[in-house]
Design a protein around this ligand. Structure first.
Ligand code: SF4
Length: 308
């Protein structure tokens, strides 16, 4: 496979299947320096949106990639930092969507959504995954250590505004950190904070990879369960270990047994089959599409499967 500068993967993503990453910013350019960041401390703390790279160069690389016919389910714009700092992100999303029918997702810290231009740019994506870990100015400063004068209220208002304007899938993610935002009281405050955000899913995470600050600790499974219950969210860990499970040995039968009770989207099916080391995923999708008992609902460019 050819070496790429802006693309990486595809990598299996628990939420989205096989994800092809597109990074439009240089390493560790971010307007936060989160205590849990797996990239370490931010050495280029900036809030200036810039055209770091020529959009046509990134799109050209994507065209070359498509020629290799490598399978992927979703394109994810995610930098080793904050991708909305890339000034041409709207043109990038539009350009990617013109070249493929695969959904385009953006993983962002959501901090720039108070800017109209950023909100407008992200409306072109099929899935937007912003994060929100704090419930007030103090926890925001403690966890995310934002650039200069970025204020919690401002970023929350931006997120609320975007969530009401956006027609695609909005999957919010929150990081629960031991002794920082994991108490019952903190979780209740978070619930209150999230109340006005119009999201489709809420993913609950905890720092499982080496964090920027070595004193940052992940929470126990019990606390994750408490957060899942209080916030009515989905645990990312559970997606891996217990999210979907079937006793059926045959992979196709396993999918049928799950979608009988619980619809699965194409990415969840993909991830699930990957965890079972299945080597005929395409065939299974083909079989599902030919099964008249399986209802396939297409929404915003991706399919959800359920048994009639
Ligand atoms: S927003 Fe993301 S990239 Fe930026 S410091 Fe936080 S975790 Fe790291």
């Amino acid at each position: 496979m050819k070496k790429y500068k802006y693309l990486y993967g595809p990598v299996p993503s628990r939420r989205m299947g096989l994800s092809l990453g597109v990074s439009p910013i240089p390493k560790k350019y971010c307007n936060y320096s989160c205590i849990y960041c797996q990239l370490g401390r931010t050495n280029n703390l900036t809030n200036n949106r810039e055209t770091f790279y020529d959009n046509s160069e990134i799109l050209k690389e994507f065209e070359d990639y498509l020629k290799e016919n490598i399978k992927f389910d979703v394109i994810t714009i995610v930098g080793e930092g904050e991708p909305t700092l890339y000034k041409d992100i709207k043109e990038l999303i539009i350009g990617l969507k013109e070249k493929t029918s695969k959904p385009v997702a953006v993983i962002t810290n959501g901090s720039l959504l108070y800017e109209k231009e950023v909100r407008n740019a992200l409306t072109y994506a099929d899935i937007v995954l912003p994060s929100l870990d704090a419930y007030d100015e103090e926890t925001f400063k403690k966890i995310n250590r934002p650039y200069g004068k970025i204020k919690f209220k401002e970023i929350l208002d931006g997120l609320i505004m975007f969530s009401n304007e956006y027609k695609g899938q909005l999957w919010l993610e929150t990081m629960i950190i031991k002794d920082i935002n994991d108490s019952e009281e903190a979780l209740k405050k978070m619930k209150e904070t999230f109340r006005n955000i119009n999201y489709d899913r809420l993913y609950i995470n905890t720092p499982v990879r080496p964090p920027a600050e070595d004193w940052v600790e992940q929470v126990s499974d019990k606390t994750i369960q408490l957060a899942v219950k209080t916030l009515n969210g989905i645990s990312i860990e559970m997606l891996k270990s217990e999210g979907f499970y079937s006793e059926e040995e045959n992979d196709y039968d396993a999918i049928l047994s799950i979608i009988r009770r619980h619809p699965m989207n194409q990415f969840e099916i993909n991830s699930f089959l990957n965890t079972r080391n299945c080597n005929n995923i395409d065939e299974i999708f083909q079989k599902l599409s030919l099964n008249s008992n399986v209802e396939i609902v297409n929404y915003k460019g991706y399919n959800t499967y359920r048994l009639r």
